[in-house]
Design a protein around this ligand. Sequence first.
Ligand code: FE2
Length: 308
Amino acid sequence: MSDPALAAAASQIQDAKQGTIPRPTVRTFFDEATFTASHVVHDPATGDAAIIDSVLEYDAASGRTGHRSAQRIVDYVRAEGLHVQWQLETHAHADHLSAAPWLQQQLGGRLGIGAEIVRVQDVFGKIFNAGTEFARDGSQFDHLFRDGDHFAIGRIPTIALHVPGHTPADMAFVIGDAAFIGDTLFMPDYGTARADFPGGDARQLYRSIRRLLSLPDETRLFLCHDYKAPGRDHFAWETTIGAERQGNIHVHDGVAEDSFTAMRAARDATLSLPNLIMPSVQVNMRGGRLPAPESNGTRYIKIPIDTL
Ligand SMILES: [Fe+2]
């Protein structure tokens, strides 16, 4: 394999299968308002943990935020006695606000995202006409991950993979034998993530997905969203590489790049923007922090008219 980061991830997954490295425990919290799966992953021997893609509630009509979903994570982490090392974002989400800064206050952990977040900050900094106080250098985060970066959750080796396409900054985190792949693949019966946001690219998404699909078949996959496919009456967020290769309706083995790209463009043209894209992007480009208060002490979300 002429892809050292992917080869390292594949051999790590084999090691976990053979029992030479531990397998992480994963507990998922699903937010039905935004169809988002937040994952708490930990080393069962040490209790060291990472929280991946948390959700801050936001009611668009009232402009009110809420911590009900994030509080469930706090309660779980405290009940299990876990030590949070990381708050990880697979990307800057456009459909929900991140609760990472609030969770950091409660539980600690370093806030990490892909290094290409600077491109997302540049694009959306312009769209929202953010002032010079909005740094576009990723400094709102504690760590910026690059493709192939190695780290660990407790004793469990972890590799970051850059999987752009949905956005330029998407990362997958391979923790032991479990891959947290953000918005790339969804459940096999639902397909793949859209690629039409500013900075998105369907061809790039296809290449990122094929890269993920070359991991071992038994790799456990944990997704960022589920919307229930037609005929399925329950939410699901865990599958395997083998199941995706065999049955993903958009990108199973044998689907070529050109036909995927044409399908994705046609489907994306029918999708409306996520309800919470305006508040989500403004907050998530700031590492999940709300815009600074104005002179009256109130924070505001901007809505650019006839822009997106
Ligand atoms: Fe997303």
